[in-house]
Design a protein around this ligand. Structure first.
Ligand SMILES: Nc1ncnc2c1ncn2[C@@H]1O[C@H](COP(=O)(O)OP(=O)(O)O)[C@@H](O)[C@H]1O
Ligand SMILES: [Mg+2]
Length: 213
């Protein structure tokens, strides 16, 4: 029985943290960001999800690796003369479903041997792919799906973020042979009350798990 999902995206800044917060709120799930970079400039995603999804501290699992620079884990770790040790990455044991958020997109290097795309398999989690809704998304989304399928990583579906585009959705579903499980509009502002509201429109954990991967 799968314990959770791995949230990845077609890019950085694409809406992974917002989607993670929405799903954590909708599923009353725990949240884990295993590799957090960029804390020198911005609060980590765990803090953002805690606030947006009203998670208690015991529902938040601390990152295994926290790095200062807003770079890939590989590059940020080099600046600090450390090596992200993925052998110590263990899925936290939780009673609730677990939302795990990756860093950046799929071909982001973690260390000399691993990229982000290797993490779902390492953690034995199926993937939800966050994609932007607008121009350029077909290419980025289909490439990401192709890379995941090449590795036989189960993909539950895509969540699109931004002003809705029926034709982009159709292209992603048809040529990506996948399902767009939710569309999140371009929001004028984002806070916990908006997340409360939008969370009611998210697919259930059970229905996501039933998607043909
Ligand atoms: N649907 C949306 N409408 C408006 N702003 C959004 C939307 N999705 C994400 N954002 C904003 O874009 C930025 C990046 O989103 P975030 O979820 O942090 O992306 P990621 O985790 O992929 O880096 C944040 O400032 C976030 O509030
Ligand atoms: Mg994020």
């Amino acid at each position: 029985m799968t314990k959770g999902v791995f949230i990845t995206g077609t890019d950085t800044g694409i809406g992974k943290t917002l989607v993670s917060a929405l799903l954590a709120r909708a599923w009353d799930a725990d949240y884990w960001k295993p590799l957090q970079t960029g804390v020198a400039q911005e609060p980590g995603d765990t803090e953002t999800v805690a606030m947006l999804a009203r998670r208690r501290p015991d529902q938040l699992h601390p990152p295994a690796c926290i790095l200062q620079a807003p770079l890939s884990p590989w590059a940020a770790a080099m600046l600090e003369n450390v090596t992200p040790d993925t052998s110590s990455l263990r899925l936290p044991v939780t009673r609730a479903p677990l939302v795990v958020e990756g860093a950046g997109g799929l071909y982001v290097p973690i260390n000399e041997t691993l990229m982000m795309i290797d993490l779902p398999a390492l953690l034995n989690l199926p993937v939800l792919l966050v994609a932007r809704s607008g121009l350029g998304t077909i290419n980025h989304t289909l490439l990401s799906l192709h890379a995941l399928r090449q590795r036989q990583t189960p993909v539950l579906g895509v969540i699109m973020c931004g002003a809705r585009s029926a034709s982009n959705r159709q292209a992603i579903e048809r040529f990506g042979q996948t399902t767009v499980l939710a569309e999140i509009d371009a929001l004028p502002h984002i806070d916990a009350a908006i997340v409360d509201d939008l969370a009611t429109q998210m697919p259930s954990f059970a229905s996501c798990m039933q998607q043909p991967a």
